[in-house]
Design a protein around this ligand. Structure first.
Ligand code: SF4
Length: 365
């Protein structure tokens, strides 16, 4: 069955319009899903949706297709969900509590073809893209979990940083952004949404042209091509100069701030020498210096990549200081859920090692 959550508001209106129903009835159905958060079609009717409309939708769609497989809750309030898709594949979604609100990190693909060498998820090639409905439902399932807790909490922020490269699933990503931002639905403001890419340069330009004012984060992870190619093989196709050109284009078009993600790997990319190179790279592009924030991410070791270790605290501090002294805006990412499977994809990868969940088919980059 296809998920009703995959419709944009305009898509739902068009689908019902073709079947003789007015815009007003489509809006009622939309609001029942996202405002009243009905869980079935009987609930939709009870919420005031015209019975013929609810029944018509029920014939072709399901309200949600994800099944909760596992849930892990951390003492710091982080909650990791493992959902089973209709085809048996498992995906991971994370709820994080911050001072500024509640954010959800969503997955966009089953597996990932980018193959970052530090990433547990990247070991399994992409078997398919998630639909817009499967991405949007991750938000809804977390929201329904919060609704059940009865404290009136709302998902306020979204980070598209889970498993997968969102720009490799661009059309579904854009529909997902339209769904969660719609003012008569979840109404999550674009400035509360961050999309993270490994650096697909053409898509960075498309995103700039799209006019969607969501935040952009780009995974840099190294200050030179030799090192970045070792850490991220995608650098062969999109080397640093090309990547920075596309970021310049994005900054020129949008005038928005951007985040450069930098995962700190002990004795690989965390020395003062690399910090200095990174500072020079940022300083070489005036717009980047003005609008970029470097987000340092201390590495969470995973069993699959024993060659990498977490940086010592003095290395993290030293790296930070070099950037700061060079006038580069810098922050260190706070850790969430350290007592559960903290690294991205770790919970899913553990389940797959244990023989659960479908193994994705092999695919090339
Ligand atoms: S870090 Fe992200 S882009 Fe890189 S392999 Fe993992 S899921 Fe893919």
């Amino acid at each position: 069955m296809t998920s009703l959550y995959g419709f944009t508001q305009e898509g739902l209106e068009a689908w019902l319009g073709e079947r003789g129903h007015r815009k007003f009835h489509a809006m009622q159905a939309w609001e029942s899903l996202y405002r009243k958060r009905v869980r079935d079609f009987a609930g939709m009717e009870a919420a005031g949706v015209k019975p013929e409309v609810a029944r018509l939708l029920e014939e072709s769609y399901a309200i949600g297709t994800l099944e909760e497989h596992t849930r892990q809750e951390s003492v710091d309030g982080t909650v990791k969900f493992l959902f089973r898709l209709q085809d048996g594949n498992l995906i991971e979604t994370v709820l994080m509590k911050h001072k500024f609100g509640l954010s959800v990190c969503v997955t966009t693909q089953v597996g990932c073809n980018i193959g970052c060498s530090f990433c547990a998820s990247g070991l399994l090639a992409k078997s398919r893209d998630l639909t817009a409905g499967e991405i949007a439902e991750q938000i809804m399932r977390v929201q329904l979990f919060l609704d059940d807790a009865g404290q009136g909490q709302r998902v306020s922020h979204i980070v598209v940083m889970g498993i997968g490269e969102p720009f490799d699933n661009y059309a579904h990503l854009m529909d997902f952004l339209a769904i969660v931002q719609h003012p008569k639905g979840l109404a999550i403001g674009p400035r509360h949404i961050t999309v993270s890419t490994s650096g697909l340069t053409a898509k960075i330009r498309d995103f700039a042209d799209s006019g969607v004012p969501a935040n952009l984060a780009v995974s840099l992870h190294a200050p030179n091509d030799e090192l970045r190619t070792r850490i991220m093989k995608i650098n062969k196709a999109y080397p640093i100069a090309k990547l920075l050109d596309s970021i310049d284009y994005y900054l020129e078009r949008t005038r928005r701030r951007i985040t450069l993600e930098y995962i700190l790997l002990a004795d690989v990319n965390d020395r003062r020498e690399e910090a200095q190179q990174l500072a020079e790279l940022v300083r070489s592009r005036p717009q980047l210096l003005k609008l970029a924030n470097v987000n340092l991410i201390p590495y969470n070791p995973v069993d699959e990549h024993s060659q990498y270790r977490r940086s010592a605290q003095d290395a993290i501090d030293g790296f930070y200081d070099v950037l700061k002294k060079n006038g580069v805006s810098v922050s260190v990412r706070l850790e969430h859920g350290a007592d559960i499977d903290a690294a991205c994809g770790q919970l899913r990868s553990k389940q797959l090692r244990g023989g659960e969940g479908k193994e994705p088919a092999a695919a090339g980059v």
